[in-house]
Design a protein around this ligand. Sequence first.
Ligand SMILES: C[S@@+](CC[C@H](N)C(=O)[O-])C[C@H]1O[C@@H](n2cnc3c(N)ncnc32)[C@H](O)[C@@H]1O
Length: 226
Amino acid sequence: MKRELRITSDGSPTVFSERWNQHYHSVHGAFNESMHVFISHGLKASPAQPIRILEFGMGTGINVWLTCKEAAHSQRVVYYDTLEAFPLGEDLWREIEIGEGDDQLLFEKIHELDWERENLLASSFTLRKMNADILSWQGEANHYDVIYFDAFAPSTQAELWTVEVFEMCFRVLKPGGFLVTYCAQGQVKRNMKAAGLEVKALPGPPMKRQMTRATKPIQSKEQATS
Ligand SMILES: C[S@@+](CC[C@H](N)C(=O)[O-])C[C@H]1O[C@@H](n2cnc3c(N)ncnc32)[C@H](O)[C@@H]1O
């Protein structure tokens, strides 16, 4: 699978995948997009402490890295599980220059830590990387506060944006928990609603009008009428 490092318009790195003909982030700024969608509207929007985050898929590890840095800054205790079916090879992640000194060491540690087990990435940040396919993964019910839904676009991987996948998200989210994604496509939002999620459009990252937050209701319709 041919993948290569690219630099986005805010100067931050991403990866381009020839297999999917897709970048792992917006070319209008990888950091800008991740900070807006996942940090501001994901991590910071949840009051949970500790907070349990699930990510689909890990890719470069930039979302992990940004979340870890923000969590240290705002004294959050984080349990972060991330799924990735096609981990980056060491030759590629070693090429990624994300920051200086401790910042770069933190990024390298994300990739060096063992898969399939919980690791302390930082004093209040536990990371579990899972080499698994979103389509067959069975997570624990009512477990996560926030899902970073960061799959490739539905035009490329339609199978990851279905009612069935959002039903799985519904199941693993705690009541009141939510998923966030950069995607604002109408059919995707209809699939989220069909899975029982409450959908809200939010302002998008640079060069994108909207993004989406989908929340698992605290009380399901069945409970409310019983
Ligand atoms: C948009 S990129 C994620 C970017 C990532 N969050 C980051 O910070 O770099 C989508 C990721 O999903 C992974 N992926 C694609 N299909 C998958 C599947 N069926 N199960 C798990 N991961 C998958 C890809 O390999 C890729 O790393």
